[in-house]
Design a protein around this ligand. Structure first.
Ligand code: FAD
Length: 486
């Protein structure tokens, strides 16, 4: 049998990383068909390569689905929850409801692309139309290419190629939805996405309100209060200078097109914001670039991109890895970042680079170990941005920091957390130190430590490495593999 676009029957709308009603082309196309819709979220834990969703992502997903279900219900449709392998579950559900069409917005993860292609074929062979839409990126990865017709591997020319391109105006949310009733699905509680024993999500609850409304409010507040200063303040973890939109973008509670147009609209009303606006939009461009890389190099999350780096002598060191994960390295800025991550599910970008450099270069632990920890603990854990960023920090990615750039955790702390507010918040054990020693407690004289109530090795760890020696060791190892480095 082949698909028949005139066939009557409900439309199955398969929600994935597009958990919103506005600027949702799949949903709009379903409404335009004029048949009842079945909005579905399918929990599919059958992700290859051990890339099943991590703990913080599961927490976010639960909250986000609650919000999506309420938004859908307010328009007249009930969110159906099912669990299973998408290749089986989607065609089976299409048959169960007698769907004439199945629609979704595209995903680009290496497991999603072939899966979705296969599902489309299965559906079409069963006479069901299947349509996918662009909704999560500014530009589809295959539409951006160099003059030589190949994918970009460097951000700056990629950004020059897309920044003046047309970005379609966001679509309005449908006014009303006509849902199909009487279907039996799971309850969200059945999925046990929230941690219980122990409940480690208190800090996530304090920090975040997932959902489309919260995403729009966050964007509006950022544009009103912070975008003008973004270029100057985006590197300061002690200041709330960035948007905090990354989890909302990852889950598609807001679209990059919405951000693009709202930000440019703000610029037209506020010309002092020009520098901040373009600096901010270029970061949203980095997100597109990461997806461009992931789409063209599907092994980005797993394999070192630069060939010669595969020979790097990584160390197996579970104890030091554990200490890094827990934020007990004895380097206050590193520990502050790792504790912010554990508590809130998010870490400031500058500090992500510092902790990443520390793991890879000071401890010489494989970048993949860091990527895995972030995957489990970040609420914005994202295959493209996480994989590309870890390879960037390691120096082995397509567009990467030079291998010899080794972040000095003391001077980075002093430069980007100058009054020590960030470290004092997350590492209270050292809060009593004067600024001069805050980022290097081991250099403080005994009487200074004593008056700050610190006994190194007891109340706060001694540094687990000597940074200068660790730096020399890493540089020596990098020198050996350098030949052939792009
Ligand atoms: P803003 O500064 O407000 O930027 C706006 C948006 O641009 C962000 O929400 C994000 O979607 C995008 N963006 C910003 N910086 C980058 C970047 N360097 N690469 C790609 N997109 C970017 N980001 C993730 O979304 N998920 C991840 O799993 C992730 N892992 C990272 C791992 C490492 C080792 C590093 C160094 C960076 C990682 N990033 C990741 C990128 C970046 O740190 C976060 O996107 C950013 O800190 C999110 O905060 P924000 O929303 O306030 O960003």
């Amino acid at each position: 049998m082949t698909e028949d676009s005139t066939k009557k029957g409900p439309t199955l709308v398969w929600f994935r990383q597009d958990l919103r009603l506005s600027d949702n082309p799949a949903l709009v196309s379903a409404v335009e068909r004029g048949e009842p819709i079945v909005p579905l979220y399918l929990l599919d834990d059958d992700t290859p390569g051990n890339w099943t969703m991590g703990g913080a992502s599961r927490w976010w997903l639960h909250k986000s689905l609650e919000s999506l279900a309420a938004d859908l219900a307010s328009k007249g449709a009930q969110l159906l929850l099912r669990r299973g392998r998408a290749e089986d579950a989607i065609p089976a559900l299409a048959e169960e409801i007698g769907a004439a069409t199945v629609v979704w917005n595209r995903c680009y993860e290496p497991w999603a692309v072939p899966r979705d292609t296969a599902i489309k074929q299965t559906l079409k062979a069963a006479g069901v139309a299947a349509d996918s839409f662009s909704a999560s990126l500014l530009q589809e990865p295959w539409t951006v290419e160099t003059g030589a017709g190949s994918p970009y591997t460097v951000f700056s020319p990629f950004w020059r190629a897309i920044r003046d391109r047309h970005v379609p105006k966001p679509l309005a949310a449908p006014d009303r939805l006509s849902g199909l009733s009487g279907l039996s699905g799971d309850s969200l509680e059945d999925w046990a996405l929230l941690p219980e024993a122990p409940d480690w999500a208190g800090g996530l609850r304090e920090t975040w309100s997932p959902g489309e409304t919260a995403a729009q409010e966050r964007l509006a507040a950022f544009l009103e209060e912070r975008v003008a200063g973004y270029a100057a303040e985006r590197n300061r973890p002690d200041i709330e200078g960035t948007s905090g939109l990354s989890p909302y973008l990852h889950w598609g509670e807001i679209s990059p097109r919405q951000i693009w147009h709202a930000t440019l609209h703000h610029l037209s009303a506020e010309d002092k914001a020009e520098k901040g606006v373009w600096s901010f939009l270029s970061e949203v461009g980095w997100r597109d670039f990461s997806y461009h890389l992931l789409y063209h190099w599907p092994s980005l999350m797993d394999e070192t991109w630069k060939e010669n780096f595969k020979a790097f002598p990584w160390r197996e060191d579970p104890e030091r890895y554990r200490v890094w994960c827990r934020g007990e390295t004895g380097f206050p800025i590193v520990d502050a970042g790792m504790r912010q991550l554990w508590h809130t599910g998010w870490m400031h970008n500058r500090v992500r680079m510092i902790v990443g450099s520390f793991l890879i270069k000071d401890l010489m632990i494989h970048w993949r170990e860091g990527e895995r920890w972030f995957w489990d603990t970040l609420v914005d854990a994202d295959a493209a941005s996480n994989g590309a960023s870890w390879q960037w920090v390691a120096g082995c990615g397509a567009d990467a920091a030079p291998y010899f750039r080794i972040f000095n955790p003391m001077t980075q702390g002093e430069k980007f957390d100058p009054a020590g507010d960030y470290v004092r918040k997350w590492v209270p054990e050292v809060a009593g130190l004067p600024d001069r020693y805050l980022h290097r407690p081991w250099e403080a004289p005994d009487e200074v430590l004593a008056s700050a109530g610190i006994t190194l090795g007891e109340s706060y760890p001694k540094p687990i490495v000597d940074h200068s020696q660790a730096r020399e060791a890493a540089l020596a190892a990098f020198e050996k593999i350098k030949k052939g480095a792009a």
